[in-house]
Design a protein. Structure first.
Length: 201
């Protein structure tokens, strides 16, 4: 979904620093964050294909709690900054490495390009134009694609692991009680949206 969003933005020349479509570099998009880092010349194509060498995960909840759960765009800016400061797991462009961290950065490309959150951008440019909007039996729209609690038709979160067993689905309105995890959440951290909060039931 995040790659599709970036494709739409590129087609409409809406990516900040856009120079040559998918070959636009992180240095062009994030001159203040990527310049002088190993990722300065990484292209959108390389990032979206998960060949950038960026580590697979950051401590996303740490960024969330440091911001008291507020200003998700600033959380993603900090995730992006620290991602570019991370030592590459492989030489950028040479090896596939699944990276949630890289996809949060990809989502932040949309945020800095449009001056809106990734959530608002994906709704405006992808979800609503494609009419991917579930409705209740009476025809009313009740839609929130990010696993939000208290939404009658909220999509349920990802599977979760406990005692080496997979448990699913995870109802955001009725999360399980998990021993030793009093703050257990049904899904990925909200700032991980571009990498893993877009669900469809």
């Amino acid at each position: 979904m995040s790659s599709a969003l970036i494709a739409i933005l590129l087609e409409n020349n809406l990516v900040r620093g856009q120079t040559n479509g998918w070959e636009t570099t992180m240095g062009n998009i994030f001159p203040d964050l990527a310049t002088g880092t190993p990722y300065e010349t990484v292209t959108l194509r390389t990032l979206a294909a998960m060949y950038a060498g960026i580590p697979d995960n950051a401590d996303f909840w740490a960024y969330y709690y440091a911001a008291n759960g507020e200003n998700i765009t600033l959380q993603r800016e900090n995730i992006t900054r620290h991602g570019f400061q991370a030592t590459p797991m492989s030489t950028p462009g040479t090896e596939f490495l699944y990276s949630n961290w890289g996809y949060v950065i990809l989502g932040h490309v949309a945020e800095v390009s449009l001056d809106m959150t990734w959530e608002d951008a994906i709704l405006k440019y992808l979800i609503l134009p494609l009419e991917m909007v579930p409705t209740a039996a009476d025809g009313t729209v009740s839609y929130y694609p990010f696993g939000a609690p208290l939404e009658p038709l909220a999509n349920w979160g990802h599977v979760y692991m406990w005692e080496d067993q997979v448990h699913y689905p995870c109802d955001p309105n009725n999360p399980p009680e998990v021993p030793d995890m009093p703050d257990f959440q049904c899904d990925n951290c909200p700032n991980m949206g571009p990498a893993g909060k877009m669900q469809r039931n």
